[in-house]
Design a protein around this ligand. Structure first.
Ligand code: ATP
Length: 437
């Protein structure tokens, strides 16, 4: 994907740079439990500092404070961790400021042009490194590229490159393994991938709607009756869809999942779930079949757990898939969210080729082939090229991009008019996790 990169920016020396990051990290009170998203942006920050940027202002959202100042979502712990990491990388942390949580202001999610004006005030350049938020047409994502010379940071550029390469030129056979709770969350993605992959492997809660569509009984398992027809159409289309042939099920009245005492009887059954029983994982035979499919692939995309992996009685299928994805010689990509959490929990995260930092964003990019945040950067680059002419072939910078700022200073960024708005497929994710992205 042709995004403007850091190297395409006017020389950052002596400039003030606004960086949009995605530091929406998991917190236990004020303790950060996983700082991957902060560490991931260090290459972008050190590149800017190394090229003499006078001041870097990083902005992020954290949680869902809904447009009001809420101390629970104060970025102070992130600010402290960022300063530590910068100092550890040999940088002077005083040249980097972390602004307050963007979502303390209702203008962020509303895409308010006045909020955009405030964000870009006093800034010379804009860098978007917030892949996890690139599917939102929020003010800080789509607004600044209309005012400032803009580029993708390292995280965003790499995510866009890897994920769009799966759409454009995957090494074959290309196998996508999809799981997670609801088929309705991912039907668009499934339909889009079905025509691109060589085999679509379906597990997790969503497999029951497919199993129902192929005539199996699903007992008390998660079933979306209004999606059975869509699943049947997909199965009838002749696409290669691999469904579970056996399942791990829990007896009627048994309890499972976080916050519950694990009770009830667990059994392995075929593809039919007995009345009153609940399918909560793929069975061992299916885990072996899925492993074979993954082993034979040149490209593997995995998104969504194969069962309720939070409960050890139903984690075997997800573990088998995680191990197969980690072991494959093919190019492996794991979408964010629960599958990334699962692969990290199994200690296999560093054995996949690309672990996406964005759950909802990665799925939307794979489904639609583009995201509002990426489109905004490309449009900014196209406007800059129009004004300043093409870049000289030696790669030295044109001042066209720099000219962009002055000419658009009075223009209001209409963030809301671009692409899809908030509440994409993530809006209906599992209640336990409260949605994607
Ligand atoms: P994200 O939406 O954050 O990207 P994801 O796409 O990896 O996450 P989700 O669709 O959110 O996955 O679903 C994950 C949840 O699905 C897990 O909490 C898991 O317990 C649940 N799940 C998996 N299999 C089943 C099943 N058979 N029945 C009920 N829930 C299931």
């Amino acid at each position: 994907m042709d995004l403007p990169r850091l190297e395409d920016l006017p020389d950052p020396a002596g400039k003030r740079v606004l960086v949009r990051a995605d530091y929406n990290v998991p917190l236990d009170g004020s303790r950060i439990t996983d700082d991957l998203r902060i560490r991931a942006t260090l290459p972008t920050l050190t590149w800017l500092l190394g090229r003499g940027a006078a001041q870097v202002t990083v902005c992020t959202h954290l949680g869902r404070p809904k447009g009001r100042v809420d101390p629970r979502y104060d970025v102070a712990p992130v600010r402290a961790r960022l300063a530590e990491l910068l100092a550890g990388a040999g940088e002077d942390p005083s040249r980097v400021t972390l602004a307050d949580n963007l979502r303390f202001d209702p203008g962020e999610e509303a895409g308010d042009p006045d909020f955009v004006e405030r964000l870009v005030e006093g800034q010379d350049l804009y860098v978007d490194d917030a892949f996890g938020a690139a599917h939102r047409a929020h003010a800080s994502i789509v607004g600044p590229p209309r005012h400032l010379p803009s580029a993708a940071g390292r995280v965003l550029a790499r995510e866009a490159e890897v994920l769009s390469s799966l759409l454009d030129h995957p090494a074959r056979p290309f196998v996508a393994v999809l799981g997670g709770s609801k088929v309705s969350d991912k039907l668009g993605l499934i339909e889009s991938l079905a025509s691109r992959v060589d085999t679509l492997v379906v597990g997790g809660g969503m497999c029951f709607t497919f199993l129902a569509a192929s005539g199996h009984s699903t007992g008390a398992s998660l079933l979306e009756a209004d999606r059975v027809e869509a699943c049947r159409a997909l199965l009838d289309s002749g696409r290669a869809v691999l469904l579970p042939g056996d399942l791990t099920v829990l007896s009627p009245g048994g309890t499972f999942g976080p916050g519950h005492e694990p009770t009830g009887e667990v059994r392995h059954v075929g593809a039919d779930v007995p009345d009153g029983w609940t399918g909560l994982d793929i069975g061992p035979g299916t885990a072996a079949d899925f492993t074979d499919a993954i082993e034979g692939a040149a490209t593997v995309l995995w998104n969504g757990p194969m069962g309720v992996f939070e409960d050890p009685r139903f984690a075997a299928g997800t573990r088998a898939v995680a191990e197969a994805v980690a072991a494959t010689r093919g190019f492996s990509v794991v979408g964010g969210g629960d599958s990334a959490a699962a692969i990290a929990a199994f200690g296999l995260a560093d054995r996949v080729d690309h672990l996406s930092t964005g759950g909802g964003a990665s799925l939307e990019l794979l489904e639609h082939g583009d995201l509002p945040g990426l489109a905004a950067l490309r449009e900014a680059a196209a406007r800059a090229a129009q004004k300043g002419g093409p870049k000289p072939p030696d790669g030295s910078e044109s001042d066209g991009a720099a000219g962009e700022r002055g000419s658009s200073a009075g223009e209001h960024a209409n963030a809301g008019e671009q692409g899809r708005t908030a509440g994409g497929p993530g809006a209906a994710a599992t209640p336990a996790r409260g949605g994607r992205g």
